[in-house]
Design a protein around this ligand. Structure first.
Ligand code: SAM
Length: 259
């Protein structure tokens, strides 16, 4: 079974599955949480509280496009996955995103950056940036709090995000924060070895900047690597303390004003 087929299977199973605590607890105790299940759980958490049906979704820095597949699966009318990967002579054919676009015609891939994306007047009801906000202009992200031009680079992109938003649009930003317990203690994080915390910012910094562009009602949820195992573990482990002790990853949710 291909990676894509595995993911679709888990997506279907998780939608059909009983959400009863006993089922989830049995899963947790049996340690049968595969990478695919964790990805589905993580993505469910990402879209928590957002009704995707009939919505137009923009996935910024879509990568392999799993969030786009999830949104289409849960009824989005249209999903635009933008990512410079797959632009120019590269192609998304044969990739997960390419496969998704074949099976879900409502998903389209645009091989470009947020900065260069031409929306042709289209507005979105939900904009998602999963692990991509810091990559939009990596150098500027590092210097965000010390350099005026870095600040302006992000302000320009956030102004663009606002122009792409419909009234009442849900904006979801997920990323790692700038530090964690282990870094603060001066030792390496045993849970996550491949992260440059200096290339990340805390959610409050993003929320304050986005607020200047008309995104309101910030809510911040913390995610821990143990919170992806299912319903129960989500409730127990996705706390600020557990996140700080492990991955220190946040989900920031904001809205545009509904008039
Ligand atoms: C760490 S990956 C995250 C991919 C995916 N969202 C996920 O969580 O699996 C960051 C993605 O952002 C994309 N990216 C980098 N700069 C970008 C930009 N300026 N506009 C849009 N996407 C960008 C990269 O090509 C990469 O696929």
């Amino acid at each position: 079974m291909s990676e894509y087929e595995e993911l679709v299977r888990y997506l279907r199973d998780s939608a059909d599955d009983s959400k009863s605590p006993s089922t989830q607890r049995a899963k947790l105790l049996n340690h049968i949480s595969s990478a695919e299940e964790r990805l589905v759980n993580d993505t469910t958490n990402l879209f928590k509280g957002i009704d995707l049906s009939g919505k137009r979704v923009l996935d910024v820095g879509a990568g392999n496009g799993f969030q786009s597949l999830y949104a289409a699966y849960y009824g989005a009318d249209e999903v635009v996955a933008i990512d410079p990967l797959g632009s120019g002579s590269e192609s998304v054919n044969g990739t997960l995103l390419g496969q998704i676009a074949v099976d879900y015609p409502q998903v389209s891939h645009v091989g470009t950056t947020l900065q260069d994306y031409n929306n042709k007047g289209k507005k979105f009801d939900c904009i998602i940036l999963k692990n991509s906000i810091n990559h939009l202009d990596e150098q500027a992200c590092i210097q965000l709090q010390s350099s005026r031009s870095a600040w302006e680079s992000y302000n320009k992109m956030f102004s663009k995000l606002k122009s792409l938003s419909s009234n009442g649009c849900d904006l979801v930003v997920r990323d790692a924060s700038h530090t964690d317990f282990w870094l603060d203690m001066g030792v390496s994080n045993p849970f996550i070895t491949s992260i440059d915390r200096d290339k990340h910012q805390p959610p409050e910094v993003w929320a304050n900047m986005l607020a200047k562009h008309g995104f309101t009602d910030p809510s911040i949820r913390w995610v821990s690597i143990f919170g992806q195992l299912g319903h129960l573990s989500n409730r127990i482990f996705n706390s600020k303390v557990m996140s700080y002790l492990t991955s220190n990853v946040f989900v920031l949710h904001m809205k545009t004003i509904q008039k």
